[in-house]
Design a protein around this ligand. Structure first.
Ligand code: TXA
Ligand code: MG
Length: 332
């Protein structure tokens, strides 16, 4: 059932449901999450079951502020503290050494834990209401509220389509960022970039004064398991292909008037005689594209197209996160 996120009573009801071990769909500025009390293993187990997610893929724990992060982390290195200061609340997840007695199942038994403080006002209100209860709920384990391997939801209706109408879902509107948070592993002496997002590696470097390494650069880096790093992920039902504008135009020319079940998402203006061709224009700006990307792919699926042809994004740092999601959606 959908509940208005601005309604204080809805927030109170959801905080209580979470304390009672139930699941709630929540808006964040990145994508919607499927939340449970991070310290209630039975509740966390229900997240894995509802998503069909393998039990060895750790979940992100959402906290109200940096102080609450201390509850779950065994230690916060100085550069991680600087990143919290610079980007929390916001679309940045930090992997930190885990306090051995906290959130073991949410962290899939790993000795690290992913922590994020979301900026969305509804998520913030909920986290604060959770923390104010007795006993307090200090963290919400919340992966993206989609079935495993599918597109992340960016509206409350997407969540309902993924997980059914029995679930309580707080409606906080369409997500402003639209793709999942940047993830930085802070368990080594230097930051390691695990998943690109709206906070860029350059911004991370400026804020903490250290170069961001990639897992492949560090021979010793034990890449933690991360479902966001599986090759085939965030996939629409239709087959997705990336092409440059010239290849796209050639493909459309070859099709001529016959383009049933094909969708095109491109920045460049393309010509086609096919009346049934489904088209959406990709914005020129990376942030605007990220904001609508998953919703556009879902629309294409809803229109039952079989092929989605997408113009390859520009090879520029600000497009890295969008490019990453498109490559994963195209992998099979
Ligand atoms: O923007 C987001 O991060 C959204 C919203 C809901 O906050 N959440 C999200 O969660 O994308 P999920 O579970 O779909 O992706 C979380 C990623 C996964 O790839 C997971 O493996 C990784 O974070 N992760 C979580 N804890 C980890 C840990 N201890 N070590 C390494 N990776 C971890
Ligand atoms: Mg996900």
């Amino acid at each position: 059932m959908l509940l208005a996120g601005q309604d204080a009573q809805a927030i109170a009801q959801c905080a209580q449901a979470l304390r009672n071990g139930e699941l709630v769909g929540i808006p964040t500025e990145t994508v919607y999450g499927l939340a449970a009390d991070a310290e209630n293993d039975a509740a966390v187990a229900q997240i894995f079951a509802a998503k069909g997610r393998p039990i060895d893929h750790p979940l992100i724990v959402h906290v109200a502020d940096a102080a609450a992060a201390q509850h779950f982390a065994a230690a916060v290195p100085a550069f991680a503290a600087r990143l919290m200061q610079a980007f929390w609340p916001g679309p940045l997840t930090l992997i930190l050494p885990r306090h051995p007695e906290r959130a073991a199942l949410a962290a899939a038994g790993q000795d690290s834990v992913g922590l994020r403080c979301p900026a969305h006002p509804v998520a913030q209100a909920l986290l604060q209401a959770c923390a104010a209860q007795t006993p307090p709920v200090l963290g919400l384990a919340a992966p993206s509220a989609n079935r495993f391997g599918r597109l992340s939801p960016t509206t409350a209706n997407h969540v309902q389509a993924e997980l059914g109408s029995a679930l309580r879902i707080l409606d906080g509107g369409a997500c402003a960022v639209g793709i999942e948070s940047s993830i930085v592993d802070c368990t080594a002496e230097v930051p390691v970039g695990l998943r690109p997002g709206a906070v860029s590696w350059a911004q991370i470097e400026t804020a903490c004064g250290l170069r961001v390494r990639m897992p492949a650069e560090l021979a010793s880096h034990q890449a933690p398991r991360s479902s966001g790093s599986l090759a085939s992920h965030y996939a629409p039902q239709a087959k997705l292909r990336l092409m440059d504008a010239r290849a796209l135009q050639t493909a459309l020319d070859l099709l001529g008037g016959d383009a049933a079940h094909i969708a095109v998402y491109a920045r460049t203006e393309l010509h086609s005689r096919a009346a049934q061709l489904v088209r959406r224009r990709m914005p020129d700006d990376a942030a605007a594209t990220a904001q609508q990307l998953f919703a556009v792919l879902r629309e294409f699926d809803d229109q039952r197209v079989k092929l989605i042809w997408i113009e390859t994004p520009p090879d520029a740092p600000d497009w890295l996160a969008v490019h990453d999601r498109l490559l994963r959606a195209a992998a099979d």
